[in-house]
Write a protein that binds this ligand. Sequence first.
Ligand code: SAH
Ligand code: SF4
Ligand code: F3S
Length: 454
Amino acid sequence: MKKLYIETYGCQMNVYDSERIADLLAPFGYAPAARAEDADLVILNTCHIREKATEKVYSELGKLKLLKSRRAEAGESLLIGVAGCVAQAEGAEILARQSAVDILVGPQSYHRLPELIARLARGEGKSVQLDFPADEKFDSLPETRTAAGPAAFLTIQEGCDKFCTFCVVPYTRGAEFSRPVVRIEAEARSLADNGVREVTLLGQNVNAYRGEGPDGEAWTLAMLIRRLAQIPGIARLRYTTSHPRDMGADLIAVHGDEPKLMPYLHLPVQSGSDSVLKVMNRGHTRDAYLRIVDRIRSAQPKLALSSDFIVGFPGESDSDFEATLDLVRQVGFAQAFSFKYSARPGTPAASMAKQVPENVKLERLHVLQELIVSQSREFSRRMQDCVLPVLFEKPGRLPGQAVGRSPFLQPVHVDGAASYIGEIHNVRISKVLPNSLHGEFLRPAVLPAELAAH
Ligand code: SAH
Ligand code: SF4
Ligand code: F3S
């Protein structure tokens, strides 16, 4: 038996891809290793979104090179592969910068790994595969899924055609492609058969989903969600990441009437300033975003909203940044992620005039994050003494403890719940901590039916 270690960076789509790489290599004798030191094959599944993410890959490769040399001295081997968005974007440059790398695969070509590994074993030199056949990839992956726990990711859509001027994703993941409904349904059923209770549907533009339905028509994400909600074992559905431009009326309606769809939405806005949004090529205004938020909240008043923000985009003035703060105050987010603009090679924004100085970006990031943290703490505080349905996912740090998620994606720690992993139970929130909730386990028998809804 050989051992495989995968280090995953970046978004949930990479997490999904890493799981599929493990599924793909298992029949070829690769069992999972807990760390690189124990592995025969190490794969870095990389992210190119910001400069920092990319730099991390090169420093990790430096460490792996040392490990490989030590192995060689002992007469043993180590294969090093780079997968994901850095492999796609920088390709041959990686091989030039780090000669220890044996394999390069892009996000749409990792299904070729078994063949590439075989080629290496035959001594045919470095193995590089950076094509873009998203459809071929999904057709080549095993139909059944190994589930890592009761909550799983399922990629339904790949790539992006939106070309925001700051973003590398359209170049690293390729054009938008949606998987057919029947294939997604088969994968979701396989997950449910393996004990999965919650499925998060993934895509860089997940709500732009237009996959072939069983009737031969193009189905929307809303139609797909309604279909998957009929799988008995699946109790919860989520989706991410969505674009404000594709928040269709039917999708908004599902938030109101499909109880399995969790009341949480990650809807990146990036900026609250119309002039910045325009130069970003986001294709929506501040007002359009606010109107969408109103409509979703009228459909689902419990909704917890999350977003992404970029500060210091080229040309962002103090008043543009003020407009972002104002939007945050107006919306009230349960959670949000904010980043300093990072110039990415090959993207239009990288060569724009009026790049914002680093110290200004940092200052704005601090101010924005302080506001976001105060909002998310306020959102959590509101949970005190509430009863929330929690899907228990894994053991906690203390003996007998289990950690699960609330419908709003908050981690909830509960003592004495270890035997309930994989199940959903109502929990009374007894303590609100900065990044998690603590709850007391309520036995299912004492629950009023209406609280057991989710
Ligand atoms: N598809 C999603 C997000 C993809 S990337 C969407 O359309 O919203 C995740 C987040 O990284 C983005 O929402 C953005 O906030 C951030 N990001 C992308 N490119 C960036 C860059 N060049 N610098 C800083 N942050 C960036
Ligand atoms: Fe990047 Fe914009 Fe596409 Fe999102 S919509 S992946 S931010 S180009
Ligand atoms: Fe990063 Fe690629 Fe995801 S660049 S954010 S891993 S799509």
